[in-house]
Design a protein around this ligand. Sequence first.
Ligand SMILES: CC(C)(COP(=O)(O)OP(=O)(O)OC[C@H]1O[C@@H](n2cnc3c(N)ncnc32)[C@H](O)[C@@H]1OP(=O)(O)O)[C@@H](O)C(=O)NCCC(=O)NCCS
Length: 244
Amino acid sequence: MNFTAEPMHARPRPQEQLERLFAGGWPEFIFHDQETKLHIGRVRELFADLELVLLDGDEPVAAGWAVPLCWNGEVDDLPAGYNDSLARALAAYDAGRTPDTHAVLAAQVHPDRQGTGLAAKLLTALCEDAARLGRTRVICPVRPTHKSRYPLAPIERYQTWTRPDGLPQDPWLRTHVRMGARVLAAAPRSQVIAGSVAEWESWTGMPLPDSGDYVIPDGLSTLRVDRAAGSAVYTEPNVWVRHR
Ligand SMILES: CC(C)(COP(=O)(O)OP(=O)(O)OC[C@H]1O[C@@H](n2cnc3c(N)ncnc32)[C@H](O)[C@@H]1OP(=O)(O)O)[C@@H](O)C(=O)NCCC(=O)NCCS
């Protein structure tokens, strides 16, 4: 099959094709992060050309996007995670600094095409785009796709779990590592999503009758509910990887 990658916004695309590509894959609560909402509009506008789509003929089969930021290559200087990457990209832009790093913040493979290696093709295209723009480093705060099966495990431990062949147990981390990426560090507070108990009940589809910690569908960690305050908070852990 002949796959090509191009900027998502290079041409108009049929809405129904995009809806199929982006159908599913994300829990509802992820769309209610107030900190993301502070930055995302400006980020997606300023860096729209860093969104790529992978085409099979004319059909979009995968998409991903990145932000440009400044990072000195040391673990200590990594952004705290997804939200901090948005803030760091805007800070570099506003200060007129030349970004040296491409942070790939999201990737999506068409639901009918997952598990067929398209994710690696998409990541390769994003890395090539970074090189074309003279950015020497490519990093990703990976949302490990099987972490929701182990919401009680600390991300610092989860990121070390490997199969007998030495590759990560987590399939999405495995795709990165198989491409030659290195696991750099855990990002235990990549996103912090707070809402009222009623909001969380609607986002999770679960009654939350008591205060305490809850395992929630597609949560990579648990949800902490405080009934007296009427609020609940979820902290999303990710794993930083660096591509070659
Ligand atoms: C994360 C995502 C982009 C990975 O794409 P992908 O196409 O599944 O990736 P790969 O083809 O590299 O598959 C990775 C591994 O999972 C397995 N896998 C993934 N989906 C599978 C499926 N539906 N059936 C069987 N195996 C599957 C693959 O076989 C592969 O295993 P292997 O390493 O043993 O060969 C994709 O699952 C997705 O779009 N998820 C929804 C959005 C998301 O979570 N994005 C990531 C956060 S940024």
